[in-house]
Design a protein around this ligand. Structure first.
Ligand code: ADP
Length: 566
């Protein structure tokens, strides 16, 4: 039976939502918001610091190279300022710095200028046309005493142009091929501030060893007093230096995978070289990332758990409300069902007692009324008692060979007065040689009574009822056989949805005829429990407005002697 409980359920839902659902969702949203913002702050801070460390590293490396080149060129720069270029000056370039090897001197800068334009003429262009920037231009040079350099130095036209046009102390790195070490060129300014010669070295990056890098970065990056707790940050970072071929030349700190915060190019001092900085293994950044993911997952899981529990609690509470309402409807129905026969019995008894009957025929009619109503009362009370016993698990079933034909005949006989009163046409279809079935005959009779009682109650105008019994005797191989006891009517029928629920205790279809017909909603629930106690089942075929067939299906042979509630 469905209820007028919508209000109670709505209130329950509101309380649950306000008391649990909303707080849980708000807390989760707040937690997620906070985690996201803290996480983002930490992540931004770490990657900003990483990017800063990378650019500081690249800058430091570049400055250090420039410093060493300047230091090595200092003497010769001074000498050219006063005296011009000469082969003797080469000695001043041998400073012993392992980074700068094989010194050479290009004294005749006019030749280079002429070479640039001469080559242009040679290429068929008008004289004075500058060469394309990357055209290699060779210049005569004094070589280092060990002869490692050739008698000439080759650099692209743009490098010569830049070197010769310079007015400051600066340096130019000329990459001259993958296998060879790059050349560092330093313009030497003469008396009038013009470039009078060009000094050069081979840049031997093999001199940039682990000690060099470690010392440089420890002091100038992680020992930088401008950065707050840079030493501490060093533990959380992994810094690597890669050369132009992508080979790792130096690393500080264990990296955590391939992730890097930032990369910075070293610049013209070491073309193609870069400094990359990422989190080190065990850095707080990684912990924070893992924590954020774990916190989100945990929050999701807990919210889902909470909402699922809330939903289940609501469903449970709603089912309890439905049951409570069904129980009160049941009480109202049953008391009505008890009152009607009692009133009829009292009325018939009083009539007889006061001698208000005119003849024996009338007396017999009143006695029949008393008899019929007493049976009905007994049927109802047994119904409720049986249900209570089975519910309490105290019902004992006694299986013995039962003649289904006899059960059908006797039950139909009991309903005879109702059939007559309702002008029902009843057809009994039971084969004469039906084998006995091991069952609790009283319980099976109760099932059949329920089926027939319902067929009578829920038939409308088409008053035709058929009662059928069939038995397939037990076979070999543990086949227990099958007994089928069916009652078919042409009454109001059931929707597929209601068909699922009519076996629930206290359930009654709420529309139509059922409102006018009294009942307890216990009958079919009782039938199902009896069927299950026999190891059988109940089948329903029904369509709305067409009628229904209820079939009790039992095994013909029982493997147990007596059992309680299944
Ligand atoms: P009740 O005492 O209400 O008949 P039952 O448990 O026997 O209780 O039946 C439960 C509900 O199933 C009934 O209220 C009715 O709505 C539906 N029902 C049972 N038998 C039939 C039938 N033969 N035709 C249509 N509806 C039926």
């Amino acid at each position: 039976m469905r209820l007028g409980s919508a209000g109670a359920r709505r209130r329950l839902m509101l309380i649950a939502l306000l008391g649990v659902g909303v707080p849980v969702l708000v807390l989760a949203a707040f937690g997620a918001y906070q985690t996201r913002h803290l996480g983002r702050y930490l992540s931004d801070t770490s990657s900003d610091y990483g990017a800063y460390a990378a650019s500081l590293g690249a800058q430091t490396l570049s400055q250090e190279l420039e410093r060493r080149v300047s230091a090595s060129a200092a003497d010769i720069r001074l000498a050219t300022l006063w005296g011009g270029a000469s082969q003797r000056l080469l000695n001043l370039m041998n400073t012993g710095d392992p980074l700068l090897r094989d010194p050479c001197l290009v004294p005749d800068t006019e030749v280079i200028r002429a070479g640039e334009t001469a080559s242009a003429t040679a290429e068929g262009k008008p004289a004075g046309t500058p060469l394309p920037p990357d055209t290699p231009v060779a210049a005569r040079a004094f070589r280092s005493p060990d002869g490692a350099l050739a008698g000439e130095v080759t650099a692209p036209a743009r490098v010569w142009r830049a070197v010769l046009g310079t007015v400051y102390d600066t340096m130019y790195v000329v990459p001259i091929g993958p296998a060879q070490r790059p050349l560092v060129l330093v313009p030497l300014l003469g008396f009038q501030g013009r470039v009078v010669a060009v000094a050069g070295w081979r840049l031997d990056d093999a001199a940039l060893d682990q000690r060099f890098f470690r010392g440089l970065f420890t002091v100038r990056v992680f020992g930088d007093p401008r950065v707050y707790r840079a030493d501490r940050m060093a533990g959380a970072l992994s810094l690597a230096v890669y050369d132009e071929s992508g080979r790792e030349r130096f690393r500080m700190g264990q990296p955590a995978g391939d992730f890097v915060y930032a990369e910075s190019r070293v610049g013209p001092a070491l073309p193609g070289w870069r400094v990359a900085v990422g989190p080190s293994a065990g850095s707080p950044y990684l912990w924070m990332r893992r924590f954020v993911v774990a916190a989100y997952l945990l929050m999701l899981f807990l919210v889902a758990l909470c909402l699922a529990a809330l939903l289940m609690a609501l469903q449970q509470a709603s089912a309890e409300i439905r049951l409570a309402e069904a129980k009160s409807a049941f009480l109202a129905n049953v008391s009505h069902e008890l009152k009607t026969p009692l009133a009829l019995i009292r009325m018939a008894g009083e009539t007889l007692q006061l001698g208000r009957v005119r003849n024996d025929e009338e007396r017999l009619r009143f006695l029949q009324v008393i008899n019929r109503e007493c049976r009905r009362l007994t049927f109802m009370i047994n119904h409720v008692l049986d249900f209570a016993t089975i519910e309490a698990g105290k019902k004992e079933f006694h299986f013995h060979p039962t003649d289904l034909g006899r059960v059908v005949r006797e039950t139909v006989e009991v309903f005879e007065p109702q059939f007559q009163a309702g002008q029902f046409e009843v057809r009994v279809d039971v084969p004469p040689d039906l084998p006995p079935v091991e069952a609790d005959s009283e319980a099976v009779t109760r099932c059949l009574m329920n089926f027939i009682d319902n067929a009578v109650k829920y038939s409308k105008d088409s008053r035709f009822i058929e009662v059928r019994a069939r038995v397939r005797p037990p076979g070999g191989d543990g086949d227990a056989g099958e007994a089928r006891l069916a009652v078919a009517d042409h009454g109001i029928g059931l929707t597929p949805h209601d068909r699922e629920r009519i076996f629930d205790k206290f359930f009654r279809v709420e529309q139509g005829l059922v409102h006018d017909v009294k009942g307890s909603g216990l009958g079919l629930s009782l039938v199902r429990q009896i069927a299950e106690a026999h190891g059988g089942r109940v089948e329903v075929e029904s369509s709305l407005g067409q009628g229904s067939t209820f079939t009790l299906v039992l095994p013909a042979r029982q493997d147990r002697v007596s059992t309680g509630r299944s």
